[in-house]
Design a protein around this ligand. Sequence first.
Ligand code: ADP
Ligand code: MG
Length: 285
Amino acid sequence: MNRSGSPVSVRDVDIRFDDFVAVRQANLDIAGGEFVCLLGPSGCGKSTLLNAIAGFVKPVGGEVTCADARVTGPDVSRGVVFQSAEALFPWLTVRQNVDFGPRMRGVGRAQRSAAVDRYLAMVGLSHSADRFPGQLSGGMRQRAQLARVLANEPSIVLMDEPFGALDAQTRLVMQVELDRIWRDTGATIVFVTHDIGEAILLGDRIVTMTAGPSAAIKNVYPCDLPRPRDLTDPASAALFRRLREDIGAEVARTLRAQGLDDGHDATGPGNGGERNAGGDRKARR
Ligand SMILES: Nc1ncnc2c1ncn2[C@@H]1O[C@H](COP(=O)(O)OP(=O)(O)O)[C@@H](O)[C@H]1O
Ligand SMILES: [Mg+2]
């Protein structure tokens, strides 16, 4: 079992790529063991913010702290799962991939073997341990990536649209399993998605972002529906509509900024859309 998840604090974070301001004044406090979904339209800056928490991207202003220590670069305590499983070593078997991190850290053979078995079982890959990544389906490769990250016993797992390339049925299975795995490990999870339903299935809180450039945290929606969740229940459906309005306003804004108009109000009929979005702002629980 992992140690319990660490808190994460994003404080006044500004991120620039040369002259391009990707993220401006992002602020977010994440509790230890919390599951937070970062939701926003494509290109708004979700990956950029996640990469700052991972330590891959250095903010030009503000700071990210994990368990009160400033993030200055990547660390095994913050595991990252990417959308594409190219992160797996194709020349190693699933077992060897999962074993890689603990082996590099000098963990003894017997302890490693027990940990690898445990995490392979947790992600449902025990039967495929001796296969190579190229012999696995997309869903199995994502399971392998997750097991490889978990084998490092991270206190924070950062996931960037990890199920985005999977077919709809596989995605649903993976979402249910991630919910279970998160509860088993107690890790903090920050999960990036542009899929509203996925955010509702998984998040303790759902954080929306404004469209970039200069993307910021827009609204924070606490979500305490009982797990495992059901998107067809009325409370989920109501939250879905609110989130669709929130994200729709950002998409519409981007289209207008590009001189394109999609010809209808993306926030949907009968509501104030963008004007009301700020009124949804919620304090941390
Ligand atoms: N390394 C980079 N260099 C320059 N611009 C970048 C870089 N990474 C991201 N961006 C820009 O920052 C913005 C946000 O990108 P990203 O965080 O990938 O969005 P999202 O993950 O929400 O789709 C985009 O305009 C993107 O082009
Ligand atoms: Mg992205």
